[in-house]
Design a protein around this ligand. Structure first.
Ligand code: FE2
Length: 430
């Protein structure tokens, strides 16, 4: 007797329909001929069943704080940082925990079950760290939450930040963070990258730096990060986040840099929702999009995974824990509209994000964990196009969340009674 049997699912690689049998939190069997009694049966009916979504870049200490203490008027990254500086002294552990848990509820409903969150460690007391360590414990049964010690105001620029960062790591924060482009000088930025990578090497920790989140073509800290990653052999443990300045580099420099990033083995995490709104603010016209070079990095063999970055905070007034919205914006902002690229965008917010976070490969397979999402879509491209409804979210074989299918009831003479967006689909891939 299985705990759960999902019937007629289509998998993200196009296989299907298959049945997925789940027992004891794992996938007991998966295939066309899998049958048997089960405590619960879910009819996928030819719809997509995917590994859960992964967000490899978020700021959970700031989430849902929009409007506190005021709105960001200019919409720039720098005003966002200043605004956060005003909010920080007023934070309490309880308030941060409450907002973070509310966000995690939303994440579960959206099938988002792995999140890497940066947490500001620039200034004492480490309210955010204390709060998110508690949240990490509370959500552990249903969300893999990793925390990054992030010196938002600069490792060397903010007095005491380096000591606070080490203290946060001692308290149990998982990943070493940084923000080299926000240090006072290019030299301080490069020095911070080296310092942080050496700490990570010493402690056996991953690294995830906000790197060159700027329109400045001379912000080139990702070069130092690639070199340090190679020198210290940190390989797959390192993430360069944002890297928007790469959009402004000249092509010759980028052609030298991208192979160095590939050689280092590090991951790159662009955040299209945020950076399409933050970057290019000082441009008149033409105005830069300010996303990193996604297609060129992919072509060089670099793992690129989209992150969400923010939801309703000093930097971004929208956001809804929806990684399909993130992938959708990535498709537009890069831009990349080939069938291959749009399908990749889906995988980047599942498999790509898991690789960037150093998690086990979540591909649905016999013997693997029974963590999955049933979507109201027939394939990954359709899921991105529709930002498909998460019909069921499953973790360890248990259904954590259900959402009713999105179907409109029509009253139009001579037309159908209802419209299901998933039935208005383009032809299958050729
Ligand atoms: Fe960020």
């Amino acid at each position: 007797m299985f705990d759960l049997l999902i019937k007629e699912a289509v998998l993200p690689d196009g296989r299907g329909p298959v049945n997925i049998a789940i027992k004891g939190g794992s996938i007991a069997a998966i295939g066309q001929n899998v049958q048997g009694e089960a405590v619960e049966v879910i009819a996928a009916s030819g719809q997509l069943v995917s590994p859960p979504f992964v967000d490899p870049h978020f700021h959970m200490d700031a989430t849902l704080s929009l409007g506190l203490p005021r709105m960001n008027q200019s919409g720039t990254l720098l005003e966002g940082i200043a605004l956060w500086g005003e909010l920080k002294p007023t934070l309490t552990v309880d308030a941060v925990v409450e907002r973070a848990l509310r966000y995690c509820d939303l994440a579960v409903a959206q099938g988002l079950l792995s999140i890497r969150s940066h947490v500001d460690v620039s200034t004492a007391p480490l309210t955010g760290v204390e709060a998110l360590l508690e949240v990490r414990k509370k959500v552990a049964p249903y969300i893999d939450l990793q925390l990054v010690a992030f010196p938002q105001d600069g490792l060397f620029r903010a007095k005491g930040a380096s000591e606070n960062l080490l203290r946060a790591l001692d308290m149990g924060v998982d990943v070493v963070g940084g923000i080299p482009h926000f240090e006072r000088t290019m030299e301080d930025g490069a020095r911070s990258v080296k310092w942080l990578c050496e700490i990570a090497a010493d402690r056996g920790l991953p690294v995830d730096l906000h790197c060159d989140e700027s329109d400045d073509p001379l912000s080139r800290h990702v070069e130092t990060l690639a070199a340090e990653t190679t020198r210290l052999g940190l390989g797959g443990r390192v993430v360069a986040s944002h890297v928007t300045a790469m959009h402004s580099y000249d092509n010759y420099y980028a052609s030298k840099l991208i192979p160095l990033i590939a050689e280092s083995g590090m991951h790159v995490v662009p955040n299209p929702l945020i950076n399409i709104t933050l970057q290019g603010r000082s441009d008149t016209y033409p105005r830069r999009r300010g996303l990193t070079r996604v297609q060129e990095l992919r072509a060089a063999g670099v793992n690129v995974a989209f992150g969400q970055d923010c939801a309703m905070d000093p930097w971004y007034p929208l956001g809804s824990a929806d990684m399909l919205e993130v992938a959708h914006m990535g498709v537009h902002a890069v831009p990349m509209t080939s069938r291959e690229a749009m399908s990749w965008a889906f995988h980047s917010v599942t498999l790509g994000g898991a690789a960037a976070m150093g998690l086990p490969d979540p591909t649905l397979r016999e013997g693997g964990s029974a963590n999955m999402v049933l979507l109201q879509a027939r394939d990954p491209i359709e899921a991105v196009r529709l930002k498909a409804t998460r019909l069921a979210v499953i973790r360890g074989g248990k259904v954590l969340s259900r959402t009713a299918p999105r179907i409109a009831q029509l009253s139009l003479e001579g037309r159908p009674d209802s419209v299901n967006p998933a039935e208005y689909a383009p032809p299958k891939d050729t």
